[in-house]
Design a binder for this molecule. Structure first.
Ligand SMILES: Nc1ncnc2c1ncn2[C@@H]1O[C@H](COP(=O)(O)OP(=O)(O)OP(=O)(O)O)[C@@H](O)[C@H]1O
Ligand SMILES: [Mg+2]
Length: 276
């Protein structure tokens, strides 16, 4: 499970087109490790649960994600309205190691409200760069499996092309996996199809060969995912955050049964139907 860190000094409000309360801060890990710069989010427990279970699963699958921690904030808790309290005046926040690169949205120069032509020009220039990433098919499969409904352009950190010619990508913001930030056990229907945002902004700009490769990857993903123990993080974080037994049972059943549906749903997300 994720490590605990202490959030040092002030929380610096940080806006890059994001909706939630997001901050930059220095955090101090346990032991003698040096403090590092991190992104801190003020999240309620269910969203924290979604983020932490997604992180554990993504790490186990070897998909690139910044390291994630649970942070304790002692002072300055007046900025935090959703984070759970620890009882001693401090609060528990979501912390991720800051990657020194912009989101794909920023890197593309995307402006909300821009014309349809400008959207298409941006996407047709940048999606082919992401399509060279050898894990794109696994991303389609992950978002389908965890029912992450929020893979927008701001939720991929993009570091351009590396020296090996591969794009550098980190996956962030999984607060809306498990169908959304405020799911109830009844929402977690394993057979149901949920919005995979990649279908909207990435699929229309992929070539047939790229889609075929992605499809092959989704099948490999399912085989790898079968080896992951999803019960352990779900048990741990439902207990840690005081979620109910019904929540725990529904979350486990959702991931275990839904894995058998991933190839079928991911295939649907890879079929070009509409352009924006
Ligand atoms: N670990 C990180 N490293 C670098 N940048 C990050 C990191 N985490 C978040 N960011 C930046 O902060 C922005 C907001 O983060 P995130 O999407 O997780 O928060 P959010 O408040 O849930 O956003 P929204 O509700 O708008 O999707 C991201 O688009 C990205 O630019
Ligand atoms: Mg986001």
């Amino acid at each position: 499970m994720v490590e605990l860190v202490s959030v040092m000094g002030g929380l610096l409000p940080f806006k890059q087109g994001n909706l939630n309360q997001t901050f930059k801060a220095l955090v101090q890990p346990k032991g003698f490790n040096a403090p590092f710069s991190a992104i801190v989010k003020d999240l309620p427990i269910r969203e924290l649960f979604n983020e932490l279970v997604s992180f554990v699963v993504l790490r186990a699958l070897g998909l690139p994600i910044p390291s994630v921690y649970l942070g304790m904030v002692g002072g300055e808790t007046q900025h935090l309205s959703k984070a759970p309290s620890l009882g001693n005046g401090s609060k528990l926040v979501y912390v991720s190691e800051e990657i020194p690169s912009p989101s794909l949205k920023m890197a593309m120069g995307w402006r909300d409200g821009q014309s349809e032509e400008a959207c298409m020009a941006c996407l047709s220039k940048f999606v082919p760069q992401i399509a060279c990433w050898d894990k794109l098919g696994e991303l389609y499969a992950f978002d389908t499996w965890l029912a992450n409904t929020d893979r927008n352009l701001g939720n991929i950190v993009f570091g351009g092309k590396g020296s090996d010619g591969e794009p550098k990508v980190w996956l962030i913001d999984h607060g809306r996996s498990f169908t959304g930030e405020a799911w109830k056990p009844g929402d977690l229907v394993p057979e149901k199809s949920f919005t995979n945002m990649l279908k909207v902004w990435a699929t229309p700009f992929l070539t047939t060969v790229q889609k075929d490769l992605c499809l092959l990857s989704t099948e490999m993903f399912v085989e790898n995912a079968k080896r992951i123990d999803v019960n352990e993080p779900i048990d741990f974080y439902t207990n840690a955050f005081g979620l109910s037994e019904a929540d725990k049972v529904a979350a486990k059943n959702f991931l275990i049964v839904r894995l058998g549906k991933v190839s079928e749903h991911a295939k649907d997300a890879l079929v070009m139907e509409t352009i924006l």
